[in-house]
Design a protein around this ligand. Structure first.
Ligand code: SF4
Length: 216
C-alpha cells in the first residue's frame, strides 16, 4: 500500500544528526536541508505492508522484554523507494556535503513515514478493542539486524513493496524500515532498550545530546 509523507522533515532531529548531537545547524547546513528536503519529497514514493503473527520468538533480550504480556505481533515494513537511493548516489558524486545532509534527511523521513504508518495500524488494532506497543526494529537494542530477513519473509516484502536484502544484509531500497509491535487484549506499552545493550550506542545522536529514546 502507498504510505503518507509527513508535512516536513523534523528539523530539530535532522540538525542534531548533522552536528553530532549539538543541535544547532549553521547557515550552509540550513540551506542544504531546505534543498534536500525538496529533493526528498520529490523522489520519495513511500510504500508499506503489515501482517499479524502469533510468532513472538525473536532474538534478543530487549525485544523479548518489549513483547512481554503480548499475545500476538504486528510485523511491518516501509520503504521510501529506489528513486531516493538513485538521487543520493548522484548527489554524493557531485557534492559530498550535500550527500551527507540528504542521506540523514532520508533516514529521518523514512522514520517519520513509519511513525504515521504505525499510528494507522494502531488505530485499526484499537478499533478491535486491542492494545499495541510501539515498534521495535532489528538493530535496535540487542535485536540482531539478521532478524530483518525473518520479518521480510513473513511479510513477503519483496513481492508486496519491492523490498529485498543484499548478500551483505543491506536492505534495498536503502531507506527502508522493518519492525515488530506487540498486541494484546490487555493494555501493553512495551519497553525501550537500555543504552548499555543497544547496538546503536556508539553513533546515537540522542546520547551525544545527553538524551535517551525516552526523550524523543
Ligand atoms: S538513546 Fe540511543 S543508544 Fe540509547 S537505547 Fe536509545 S537508540 Fe540506543
Amino acid at each position: 500500500m502507498e504510505l503518507k509523507l509527513p508535512e516536513r522533515i523534523d528539523r530539530e532531529r535532522w540538525a542534531r544528526m548533522l552536528t553530532g548531537g549539538r543541535g544547532e545547524a549553521g547557515e550552509r547546513e540550513t540551506l542544504l536541508m531546505d534543498e534536500c528536503e525538496k529533493m526528498l519529497f520529490d523522489a520519495a514514493r513511500p510504500k508499506g505492508t503489515y501482517a499479524f503473527s502469533d510468532d513472538l520468538s525473536f532474538e534478543g533480550k530487549s525485544i523479548r522484554r518489549h513483547l512481554e504480556g503480548c499475545t500476538a505481533a504486528v510485523l511491518m515494513a516501509a520503504t521510501l523507494g529506489r528513486a531516493v537511493d538513485d538521487r543520493l548516489m548522484r548527489l554524493e558524486v557531485r557534492d559530498l556535503a550535500a550527500g551527507v545532509v540528504y542521506d540523514t534527511g532520508a533516514s529521518l523521513l523514512a522514520e517519520q513515514v513509519c511513525d504515521i504508518f504505525e499510528e494507522e495500524i494502531r488505530a485499526r488494532v484499537e478499533e478491535e478493542g486491542r492494545y499495541m506497543t510501539g515498534r521495535f526494529s532489528p538493530g535496535y537494542g540487542d535485536m540482531p539486524l539478521t532478524q530483518q530477513r525473518k520479518l521480510m519473509q513473513a511479510l513477503d516484502a519483496e513481492r508486496r513493496i519491492g523490498l529485498t536484502l543484499s548478500e551483505s544484509g543491506l536492505m534495498i531500497p536503502l531507506k527502508s524500515i522493518t519492525a515488530v509491535c506487540g498486541t494484546s487484549d490487555r493494555p501493553v506499552t512495551g519497553s525501550l532498550a537500555t543504552c548499555d545493550e543497544c547496538a546503536l550506542r556508539s553513533e546515537c545522536e540522542l546520547r551525544k545530546a545527553g538524551k535517551t529514546c525516552a526523550d524523543k
